[in-house]
Ligand binder design. Structure first.
Ligand code: FES
Length: 272
């Protein structure tokens, strides 16, 4: 059993749990993910590893309460245990490029932050741009500041940081002549799509972290399939990081929408 040793509320719908999982903690690298189940009948939920402490044997994950599975997870407290906690899975992020811009959108910042931290620890120059709908949804602001040489907070309504989209800030930096070897974008599919359209225009290599529906996490079920460079790829074993200029975002968004009704139904069941 995997005990929850700590729980932190980051905003009204986003939480962080730290779990005692020494095997995963010993091997975890930035960009990798775990799959957990709250109980024997629970849904298998993938989460990117936010941080790992091999000495304490703990792994932290950050999640948004969006469906039945995360609602069940949210009901657990410090001291409770998870039924499964499998990982690390997927390929670690490649820490390449001297001057990088990390872009996080909404809860995608939970993945963008460990990526920023890994680049910073490798001695790279890190600019972070994070975007949220409003000030109530902002997460990990201090953590990003600690791991970035430059940090920009954007919000749709201007209630936190500057008003505007992350893509507007990125384009401003490019036009101001900032040297950027690589952009890493992590957040909603639509955000990653527009970041990639922009960086394609300026010929800046761009990596995205894809988080489709996952079931087994081992390349067997096909649940996480994506189209990348015209070929089928599995996010769980071929990713989750991909060359953003080659990802078919429209196909990924269409596939995501197919699961929305099912997820809404399961969520309503869990609420009753
Ligand atoms: Fe089953 Fe990736 S989750 S193939």
């Amino acid at each position: 059993m995997f005990e929850i040793t700590e729980k932190r509320i980051l905003n009204p719908t986003v939480e962080e749990i730290t779990v005692y999982a020494p095997n995963a903690a010993a091997k975890a690298k930035a960009g990798q993910f775990i799959i957990l189940r709250t109980d024997e009948d629970g849904e298998r939920i993938p989460f990117t590893i936010a941080s790992a402490d091999p000495e304490k044997g703990t792994v932290s994950v950050i999640y948004q309460i969006v469906g039945a599975g995360t609602r069940k997870l949210s009901a657990l407290k410090q001291g409770d245990s998870l039924h499964d906690f499998a990982g690390p899975l997927g390929k670690p992020s490649e820490i390449e490029g001297e001057n990088v811009v990390i872009i996080g959108g909404g809860v995608g910042c939970a993945i963008a932050w460990p990526t920023a931290k890994a680049f910073k620890q490798a001695g790279k120059n890190v600019t972070s741009i994070v975007g949220f709908r409003n000030k109530d949804l902002v997460i990990l602001e201090d953590e990003f500041k600690d791991t970035s040489d430059a940090f920009y907070l954007m919000s749709d309504d201007g209630s936190a940081g500057q008003k505007g989209l992350v893509t507007a800030k990125l384009e401003e930096l490019i036009q101001n002549g900032q040297k950027i070897d690589r952009v890493i974008a992590i957040g909603p599919l639509i955000m990653m799509k527009f970041v990639c359209e922009l960086t394609k225009k300026y010929n800046i290599p761009t990596i995205v972290s894809m988080n489709p529906i996952m079931i087994d996490g081992t390349g067997m079920c096909g649940g996480c399939r994506l189209v990348v460079d015209g070929k089928m790829q599995f996010a769980c074993v071929d990713g989750p990081d991909f060359d953003g200029h080659k990802v078919d975002f429209d196909a990924a968004m269409k596939r995501n929408r197919q699961y929305l009704d099912f997820e809404k139904h399961k969520y309503e069941e869990a609420c009753n």
